[in-house]
Write a protein that binds this ligand. Sequence first.
Ligand SMILES: O=C(O)CCC(=O)C(=O)O
Length: 355
Amino acid sequence: MSTATAVPAAVLRRFPALARHFDRDAAPDQPVLFLHDDLVVRATPSRGGREVFRDDSAAWRAFCDNGFRLPAPTGREASEPPDPSPHEWNRDFRWRPITGPTRILDEAACAQYNEDGYCVLPDVVDAATVEILTSEVDRLEREGEERLRGMRAGRAFIARADEITFTTHIVRGSRFVRGFYGSELFQDIVHDIIGPDVRLYWDQAVYKKPHSPLPFPWHQDNGYTFVEPQQYLTCWIALTDSDESNGGLQLVAGAHTRGTLRHSRTPLGYVCYDRAPTTARSLTTTAGTVVCMSATTPHQTGPNTTGEVRRALVAQFVPDGAVAISREANGRVVRLPAEDPVRQFRILSGGRGVR
Ligand SMILES: O=C(O)CCC(=O)C(=O)O
């Protein structure tokens, strides 16, 4: 008997020797075939290889006999994931609601942003703009994926050639995309959600390639690099229609008011929940839709089971004066103002657009 699967995190936790086996090869998240009780074979579309993992324990044999599945969880374990504690630098977070007056968000959108931590602006980018954005980003994404292929196992942390790519700082390579983020649409969105003085903090495109089997797991954007103030804004811009079948956006409503949660680093990314809380929602979005969410809103995207690329742009905006905080290997804490003139440019100053 055999089964094709990525190795789920729960299986790696249950069998630490298997996790160490994959760790040595730095690719524990690639799909594998469990062929029989002691043979594990890598089976990705682009890479192959076989390797032997042996474990004589009764638990491993039970896992194999059970069709390579762990016993079903019971009780509370079956429903809610463990409640993460706050991030070590999240000491006094207070959610700051949108109060208005607003330029683009209506009352319902403001209420949803305040209560759920996100709101959806359907079809606010016209088809012609989506087409130009797509061709600009495709060009840069292709170059980036070529560089990725040259790296060990075709991956760099969370980016994996032929599965998921992150094309960062597109504004450096595309005047069109730079102008798009400075357009009236984003001036109005950031005015309503952040205030009168706003900069672009980060921008990237995330492409999920056809038949990519792994999720980009549950995280808050502020779980990556910790930014103060924590409540900044992520706009997830759909360049293709998306839903659960191709890795559409899923969010946990209501958790944003806790501020930044503790995350663990995994080969798939930083993770705050190891499975979906019962309050998780899946969005269906058409190309040209913008989802606005707080950097404290937990979200994930699932596998892309279709034969088409799922494309999204991610643009993050901070109030002027925001600081990115990180800890160096020697333990020193570094605070870096988010004001790079090339890629963290002003969008609004005193409420007026800066172009
Ligand atoms: O678009 C995706 O697949 C995930 C994007 C995301 O969650 C992020 O950039 O933080």
